[in-house]
Design a protein around this ligand. Structure first.
Ligand SMILES: [Zn+2]
Length: 227
């Protein structure tokens, strides 16, 4: 007697119905509703905000309702703006924002959510977003930095790596030497700062407090050579 060892070994047992035999084929409203949690991770200057705006635009054009969130945006509260000059209205989030309560009450199932500056999410908020994906089939696209100036992952970005369905790289950003950028280096008084609170990165958008940020390759970050 033969025992199929892998799916597909026994054609008869594993055959799927052809499209014209499948009662669900072509009947979209009966298809299972599935949302996705995506993390678009990039270095500073990789065009995260511009892509976030673009993704939202295309989703809306497809007739889907959505909500856009950002935190500490360069354009001020209530707006998501990019260095390229694009902007859309957005809701502000901080560590007290309850995404399940906010999105759950204001967005129908199968809508979409865009979160820019996603590195500022708390791990708990990432869990909330994952729950919305699973329970309401909402597509959630998070755009943010993977690591802080100390080269370690932001807690929220870490949680996104752990839970996301898909992690997407953005445009490559190069160091001044031409090598691939690796760290969003914090520079104060011409010196590369490697230690300190990641919270201080909150001023990266405005570049205030006397600190500036520059993408460096791993070697030049380690050597402290800002170029
Ligand atoms: Zn370099």
């Amino acid at each position: 007697m033969s025992v199929p060892s892998v799916p597909g070994a026994d054609e008869g047992a594993w055959a799927h119905p052809s499209p014209d035999q499948n009662p669900l084929f072509g009947v979209c409203h009966l298809a299972p509703a599935i949302g996705r949690l995506r993390f678009h991770a990039g270095l500073m200057g990789a065009g995260k905000s511009a892509l976030a705006i673009q993704v939202g635009f295309h989703r809306r054009q497809a007739g889907r309702p959505g909500l856009v969130f950002t935190s500490a945006d360069r354009g001020g509260a209530g707006q998501l703006s990019s260095r390229l000059g694009l902007s859309v209205s957005a809701r502000h989030f901080d560590e007290s924002t309850d995404f399940v309560a906010t999105v759950g009450s204001d967005l129908p199932a199968r809508g979409f959510v865009i979160v820019d500056e996603a590195q500022f999410l708390t791990p708990e908020q990432v869990d909330q977003l994952a729950l919305l994906v699973d329970e309401l089939a909402i597509d959630v696209d998070c755009f943010g930095l993977l690591t802080a100036f100390d080269s370690h992952t932001f807690p929220g970005s870490q949680r996104l790596v752990e839970l996301c369905d898909e992690m997407l790289d953005l445009v490559e950003v190069l160091c001044w030497c031409g090598a691939p950028g690796r760290v969003n280096a914090r520079i104060e008084g011409g010196q590369v700062i490697r230690h300190g609170s990641q919270v201080a990165v909150g001023d990266l958008i405005g570049g205030g407090e006397g600190a500036t940020y520059r993408v460096l390759c791993r070697r030049h970050w380690r050597e402290g050579t800002p170029g």
